[in-house]
Design a protein around this ligand. Structure first.
Ligand SMILES: [Fe+2]
Ligand SMILES: [Fe+2]
Length: 483
């Protein structure tokens, strides 16, 4: 039986895909492995490669209880290849091939398309590890440091997940792409990562939390739509990745939530009612709420760019071919062909932002982005609940989709967070109120002092309600031995 729910740890590469019986792929992956470890050592969390981190490792793919927690040195983490179970009856659920059995091999006509989707997804995984590699040094607690490293090792595993597909199903060019994934570098002028948001810096912990809230959530949406793929191995890989992704968004949402809580609590204690009295709030050693809103504006807009153009023939082709579906495709009540349906798209027409009906097939990106915005808005409401409890008069709000965009319909206009089209002069004058300024960045940086004592948390962030694996906030989540 080549595929099981339990993970085979007897080979160098833990897996549930029967690698032992697939010598060609096993060899290819074993050849890729040293380059990966080298990449991890040079581009992974800097200074903590010999620390022991309380990490979860997948020991099965059962959605309940796949994780085993223990102290692990990150370079010894068992990165493996884990696919969700195969359903024998699974079909292609949308597009021109709807109703055919799901493909176990790559259809020749869609080979280039599938390879491209897998490479783009794969490229984001190591990119975020590179972006976050210096953050350990300024961790606000051992708990947070552990969460950062958990996210990092799992992004490393997600790279493995995509590389497995490339090595197994795409032969020589798959091997070349797998090597390319280890060669590009986030933010590098000559060999950048493929997508904009993954070349930005993650300079501080608030950025990290915003990134895991907004950008990992884009990852979730992309994985959800790839999990619908007619190419079954891609679907199964993405389904297991999604179980890991949930933790990344938890880290982001609770991280920002705890920063909000620390700020509101400190304001209350100091008798500061006005959230816009930034100077007074900052003196308390916490991040003022308006600055957090600016950070959210920035990360939200960068993440919206990841959805690509609102109207896209590529997206239509992906859908029609059955390689990439919509969010929760099988739960949508329509014909799953979309040959005659339309979908409202926000567009720039004569300098005005308007909703226009477009063929639903070409509006696939817009629809996924709408689902994403809905998902983000729920998280933002949970942040607002944290503020409400303290009685401080402030609410976070997602900016308009036209705000601060670099891809798609609104890339050539300037718009305010409430969706007014602005002149360049108006934008330049006001932008420091809407995206973090250099001074905001410097202030946040001034709070980024390491807080590594067991059970201690930096002033700007509240302790978690409960710890990881039911441990307390004072558990020694990382035994630091600095390299
Ligand atoms: Fe990932
Ligand atoms: Fe992630």
């Amino acid at each position: 039986m080549p595929e099981t729910t339990h993970v085979d740890y007897s080979t160098k590469i833990p897996n549930n895909v029967g690698l032992m019986d697939d010598q060609r792929v096993l060899k290819a992956l074993e050849q890729w492995h040293p380059g990966y470890l080298d990449w991890w050592q040079t581009m992974g969390p800097e200074g903590f490669q010999t620390s022991e981190v309380y990490l979860r490792t997948a020991v099965s793919i059962d959605p309940k209880g796949w994780a085993k927690f223990d102290y692990v040195k990150m370079p010894d983490y068992r990165w493996g290849i884990l696919l969700a179970p195969r359903h024998q009856e699974r079909q292609v659920n949308f597009g021109a091939h709807k109703g055919e059995p799901a493909w176990q091999e790559v259809p020749g006509e869609y080979r280039a398309m599938l390879r491209r989707l897998i490479v783009i997804q794969g490229d984001t995984e190591p990119a975020s590890v590179e972006q976050q590699r210096f953050l350990g040094k300024t961790a606000p607690s051992l708990y947070d440091m552990r969460n950062l490293f958990q996210v990092n090792v799992e992004e490393g595993r997600h790279l493995w997940a995509m590389v497995y597909l490339l090595q197994k199903y795409f032969g020589k060019d798959g091997r070349e792409e797998a090597d390319g994934l280890l060669q590009r570098r986030s933010g590098d002028a000559d060999k950048p990562r493929m997508l904009g948001a993954f070349n930005e810096e993650t300079p501080d912990w608030l950025s990290f939390f915003m990134f895991t809230f907004f950008t990992d959530r884009d990852g979730k949406m992309q994985l959800e739509s790839l999990a619908q793929s007619g190419f079954d191995p891609l679907s199964r890989t993405c389904r297991f990745m999604l179980t890991e992704e949930a933790h990344h968004m938890f880290v982001g949402e609770t991280g920002v939530g705890r920063a909000i809580e620390a700020t509101c609590t400190a304001m209350k204690a100091a008798g500061i009612e006005d959230p816009n009295d930034i100077a007074a709030v900052r003196k308390l050693g916490v991040i003022d709420l308006p600055t957090m809103q600016k950070k959210a504006n920035l990360h939200f807009s960068l993440s919206l760019d990841l959805f690509g153009s609102e109207v896209s023939t590529n997206a239509a082709n992906y859908y029609n071919s059955g390689v990439k579906g919509r969010f929760q495709e099988t739960r949508i009540d329509d014909d799953h062909l979309l040959t005659s349906a339309s979908y409202p798209v926000s567009k720039l027409i004569d300098g005005q932002i308007r909703m226009v009906d477009e063929p639903a097939l070409t509006a696939i990106n817009m629809r996924l982005r709408d689902d994403y915005v809905t998902d983000c808005a729920k998280g933002v409401e949970r942040w607002n609940k944290v503020i409400e409890k303290t009685g401080i008069g402030f609410r976070f709000k997602l900016p308009h989709v036209a705000f601060h965009r670099h891809i798609g319909e609104f890339q050539n206009v300037k718009a305010s967070p409430d969706g007014r089209v602005l002149s360049d002069a108006e934008w330049t004058k006001a932008k420091d109120q809407w995206v973090p300024s250099k001074a905001d960045g410097d202030f946040i940086q001034s709070l980024m002092a390491p807080c590594w004592e067991r059970g201690k948390f930096a002033s700007w962030i509240a302790p978690p309600k409960i710890g990881i694996d039911n441990k307390g906030g004072d558990f020694e989540y990382v035994k630091i031995h600095q390299a």
